[in-house]
Design a protein around this ligand. Structure first.
Ligand code: ARG
Length: 583
């Protein structure tokens, strides 16, 4: 609707100018004021005239009435009227049909894509699991929101760099090395993969922290040993370095399986370890600028003036901390990629951390501090689904996906036993169901995961929208078999309310994309997909397509179906949902 809004806005502005020549308003501003009325009987678009009342020195009713008269000249408007100071408009159906279906057919995969990102670069830091710790359901948010934001920005023309900032450095590696030497061996890790590593990690952690209830004292000697091994690793001890590299390799192999199921790839895997030698320069800069203070032996940047606790830069023993690394990484990325925006997607629990180090970057005089964006999301818990947990209290992402895939596979065996590529389809639908369910909510809201709900074929779910997409494909196939071809130029105007509602829904895609990028909110795309699926299914249910009354109508309806396929497909791409032609 963006183009239609723009041309209406232009006529509205011209009309306003005839009432008062010195009005300072742009076409964009007017276009932004255009609303979708809550009830279709009120019209397709509405323009509230209240804000103009003062400038034009007329009542909103007078303005709306005057505009209504002048708008009859606009080719896209069928009728316009004043309703209590709102200018309510009905769009011309022939115009709407030709314009919307023409644009979708012409632009195809690019339909709905804004262009404001062209020539600009965005760096996105997401997923970023901590190696050797479980890759669990809590990482679903950063992984799919992050990737969806990448897709959205790419769609808008940005050059995007997706970074998996692996947690590949820190004392946990000292612990793991100790545990491996004590309880593990090469064969066990080679066979068990990341599970063996997690098991070792859990075991050593339990031993170090002890268990009061069971009367097991904390093993401080083991803790010291772990620290010493990590220190050796920092100093470049060859044996420890080799183990460390191997542990990372094994973990990455496992993560990549999950990323592949989601169709996610990264442009960089530079993890925390990469920034070790980049930190001293930033620490020195902080010191030189007099920003650093010693507190209790540790080096901090005081942020009291900004209502935040101090940002910790160095521990008492001089070792660096999480914020120190993030500051060094940001400086490196700015120099390397010259980003216009750097996006970090993490759990909301890390919001203070980001607010603190963003402020430190500002105090350091980096003028790009305002290009740093933290995108937080809420907590995920699991309700009702009985999933095996290997590590006692967390649900691994891999297991969650597998449970969904198994369940879908079972449903497919019942519903469509002759389906080709059942494994592939089950993976696409199972993983898609989880992703769609997750992205259906505003990201900041906490989510209670319910597998039954996510997998339902007739709720507002992934399977439902994938099914709708497959339906558009099957109609197109049947039309092709029947030899019907659709020539976009000569379509008859939509007349049925279901056709018009579908057209209007399809026309809103561009605005949905702009909103999702503006709000860093993939759920706006998810909700839009549901709107399209609902409008299409209503149309499909009420209007015969292949057996329409006449050839003209059949062609129009096939064109509507093809346009729905394009729009759903484009939108699926943006939220990591796979397009499958048959379910
Ligand atoms: N590895 C961290 C974690 O799992 C997330 C890293 C987020 N990115 C960042 N630049 N701090 O909590």
């Amino acid at each position: 609707m963006l183009n239609i809004k723009a041309s209406i806005a232009k006529t509205v502005l011209d009309s306003i100018k005839t009432m008062s020549a010195d009005v300072e308003l742009s076409v964009e501003e007017i276009a932004n004021w255009l609303e979708y009325p809550p009830d279709v009987n009120m019209g397709d678009l509405a323009f509230p005239c209240f804000r103009l009342s003062k400038t034009l020195r007329r009542s909103p009713v007078q303005i709306a009435s005057a505009l209504a008269e002048m708008l009859s000249a606009c080719e896209c408007v069928a009728s316009a009227e004043n309703v209590n100071g709102y200018l309510n408009m009905k769009l011309d159906s022939a115009y709407l049909t030709a314009h919307v279906l023409g644009e979708i057919a012409e632009k195809g995969e690019k339909y709905g894509a804004p262009s404001f990102g062209e020539g600009k670069t965005v760096v996105l830091d997401y997923s970023s699991p901590n190696v050797a710790k479980p890759f669990h359901i809590g990482h679903l948010g950063t992984t799919v929101i992050g990737h969806s934001l990448k897709k959205l920005h790419e769609f808008a023309g940005y050059k995007c760099v997706g970074i998996n900032y692996l947690g590949d450095w820190g004392t946990q590696f000292g612990k793991l090395i100790v545990a491996y030497r004590k309880w593990g061996n090469r064969e066990m890790v080679e066979q068990g993969g990341v599970d063996a590593l997690v098991e070792l990690y859990v075991k050593v952690n339990n031993a170090i922290s002890g268990n009061e209830a069971e009367g097991i004292a904390p093993d401080t000697a083991l803790a010291d040993e772990a620290r010493a091994e990590f220190h050796k690793l920092e100093l470049g001890d060859e044996e420890n370095l080799a183990l460390w590299k191997w542990f990372i390799e094994i973990s990455l192999k496992e993560y990549e399986k999950t990323y592949k199921q989601l169709n996610i790839t990264f442009d960089s895997y530079k993890g925390e370890s990469f920034y070790t030698d980049k930190m001293p320069a930033q620490v020195q800069k902080l010191r030189d600028m007099g920003l650093m203070q010693i507190s209790d032996g540790a080096s901090i940047v005081d942020l009291e003036a900004y209502g935040m606790p101090p940002c910790l830069i160095l521990k008492r023993d001089g070792s660096t901390l999480y914020p120190t690394r993030d500051i060094a990484a940001a400086v490196y990325r700015k120099n390397e990629y010259h980003f216009d925006k750097a996006i970090y997607v993490t759990a909301a629990a890390q919001s203070l951390h980001f607010a603190q180090w963003f402020k430190v970057v500002e105090l350091m005089g980096y003028d790009w501090h305002d290009q740093l964006v933290h995108v937080p999301y809420g907590m995920v818990s699991l309700n009702g689904a009985k999933l095996a947990t290997r590590t006692g209290n967390v649900v691994l992402l891999r297991d969650l996906f597998q449970a969904a895939i198994d369940k879908v596979r079972q449903i497919m065996e019942e519903k469509n036993p002759n389906l080709e590529n059942k494994d592939e389809a089950a993976e696409a639908v199972g993983v898609g169901a989880i992703v769609f369910y997750y992205l259906s909510n505003n990201r900041i809201k906490d989510i209670n995961f319910n597998m039954e709900d996510a997998l339902s074929y007739d709720g507002n779910t992934g399977p439902y929208v994938q099914y709708t997409y497959a339906r558009t494909c099957s109609i197109a196939r049947r039309a092709a078999e029947a030899g019907v071809t659709v020539d976009g130029a000569s379509l008859t105007a939509a007349t049925e309310v279901q056709e018009i509602e579908l057209l209007k829904t399809l026309s809103r895609f561009g605005e949905c994309v702009v909103g999702a990028i503006r709000d860093y909110e993939p759920s706006e795309v998810t909700r839009y997909i549901l709107d399209v699926a609902t409008a299409f299914n209503r149309f499909y249910h009420d209007c015969s397509i292949l057996s329409a009354e006449n050839e003209e109508q059949k062609k129009l309806r096939l064109a509507l179906t093809a346009a729905t396929k394009t729009v759903l497909g484009n939108a699926f791409e943006l939220i990591c949902l796979r397009k499958i032609e048959q379910i």
